[in-house]
Design a protein around this ligand. Structure first.
Ligand SMILES: [Zn+2]
Ligand SMILES: [Zn+2]
Length: 198
């Protein structure tokens, strides 16, 4: 049996529900949240919804505050937060932080990022004779590439883009599934092997 603890207990956990609106899909927002939460030892989850990005985090008060401050201060390059609502939740002790499947809420909408010019890192891939994307014209990542042009519906996920007809090769799929890779959930992720050609 748990004994009642004081609210001043430093190790007491808190949980917050956070709804983020703005340009937050297709810009590397979920991996940013995932990496931030795990680096702070927080549990919970994040997913794309038709309203934007929904997050729940749980952990010590200090870490949760740090999470909220960093979320506002340092979102990914192409992201633009227009509104953040935070509310208190009951602690659930979910143990890990996970990225959940997208959810659709009828009647909601999100802002979609415009297409973005090739980023420096992708230019390096493009110009590196050792790189598997050497000279590949459709090189992109979560910080750059097409967005608005390829989106057919929201939430912004590959099956709802014109990229759905291109099945990723195993190398691209591995990047797409690795939260530490800058192509994690980059919906237009492609290479010469599996993507569109000129
Ligand atoms: Zn890029
Ligand atoms: Zn590929």
């Amino acid at each position: 049996m748990a004994t009642p603890t004081s609210t001043a207990d430093m190790h007491e956990k808190i949980r917050k529900h956070i709804q983020v609106r703005g340009i937050v899909q297709g810009v590397g927002f979920r991996p940013f949240v995932y990496n931030l939460a795990t680096s702070l030892g927080l549990s919970g989850y994040v997913f794309n919804s038709s309203a934007g990005v929904t997050i729940e985090i749980e952990g010590g008060e200090v870490e949760v505050k740090k999470f909220l401050a960093t979320l506002q201060a340092g979102p990914p390059q192409l992201a633009e937060i227009t509104e953040t609502t935070v509310s208190d939740m009951a602690v659930r002790a979910d143990g890990a932080f996970t990225i959940l499947r997208s959810q659709e809420d009828p009647g909601e909408f999100v802002l979609v990022s415009p297409d973005a010019g090739t980023c420096d890192a992708c230019w390096r891939d493009f110009g590196d004779a050792q790189n598997r994307r050497y000279g590949y014209p459709f090189t992109n990542c979560t910080n750059c590439g097409p967005r608005y042009t390829i989106i057919q519906d929201i939430p912004y996920d590959r099956p709802k883009t014109t990229m759905s007809q291109f099945k990723m090769c195993s190398a691209c799929q591995a990047e797409y599934e690795d939260p530490t890779d800058r192509r994690f959930h980059a919906q237009p992720n492609a290479c010469r092997e599996c993507g569109p050609s000129l």
